[in-house]
Design a protein. Structure first.
Length: 251
């Protein structure tokens, strides 16, 4: 009996005419589409149903030239290595290999801000990333508490992660059943916001805190954001233009 070939399915990484492609099935999609994940560099092909996955792969093959052009535009990975200068909260920061626990060296007239971490290679990179995550959590917790207080809301629980598609997310507070007390909201941020200018980081914190009041993106929501940080459009534009570069750092 002749064996049947296994059809590709949702989540598979396949080869489509020489290009590695991640397959997605989204029932809400109206048509076959492709996009480039700027964080991972993956080509993602989306089909409205499993039956149209072959159509999505054929579409990728036809758009090979467009895909190659978009991949060339992605920023190159920038590993965390001794001697590299990055920006932390808008200030140049030199990465320095030094024995002991990771620590910050303040800037002065003779030298820039520096992050000192032990080792080299992957251990050094991990130590730098962990220090940046800790700093991101400290600053974002501070800004979140400020904006929540301005809105008259309890400070939500703050978590730091490395999501590819969002800079932040918010679960508004809700009341449990049978008269249970009101739980605080929960906010999760990308630690990479510490690599952005302070005003951009602050906008994201304000954006997520605004969801404590309006769990949507209605005009009333944007009015809350404006009341916290003013015009949000320059900050959103900065993230669109520079987001891929932030995701390439530490890779």
């Amino acid at each position: 009996m002749r064996s049947q070939s296994i059809r590709p399915t949702h989540g598979d990484l396949v080869d489509a005419d020489g290009a590695p492609v991640r397959l997605r099935v989204n029932p809400r999609a109206r048509r076959v589409s492709i996009r480039i994940d700027s964080a991972s560099g993956e080509v993602i092909a989306t089909a409205p149903s499993p039956r149209r996955i072959d159509e999505a792969m054929a579409f990728v093959a036809r758009r090979r030239g467009w895909i190659e052009a978009r991949l060339r535009e992605l920023p190159r990975a920038q590993p965390f290595e001794p001697g590299v200068v990055i920006e932390v909260a808008g200030s140049p920061c030199e990465l320095v290999s030094s024995a002991g626990r990771p620590r910050w060296r303040p800037a002065d007239e003779d030298q820039p801000l520096a992050l000192l971490a032990p080792g080299e290679g992957p251990p050094f990179a991990r130590a730098v990333a962990n220090a940046l995550k800790a700093e991101a959590r400290r600053v974002l917790l501070e800004r979140t508490a400020l904006h929540a207080r301005t809105l008259g809301k309890p400070t939500p629980a703050v978590a730091i992660a490395d999501p590819r598609g969002r800079w932040g997310s918010c679960t508004p507070p809700r009341r449990g059943g049978f008269g249970a007390s009101l739980e605080v909201g929960r906010v999760r941020y990308s630690w990479r916001l510490i690599l952005a200018p302070p005003a951009v980081l602050d906008y994201v914190a304000a954006h997520e805190c605004a969801h404590l009041v309006e769990a949507n993106h209605s005009p009333r929501f944007w009015a809350v954001v404006k009341g916290l940080v003013g015009d949000h459009r320059p900050h959103r534009a900065w993230l669109r233009a520079n987001g891929p570069r932030l995701h390439a750092m530490g890779r």
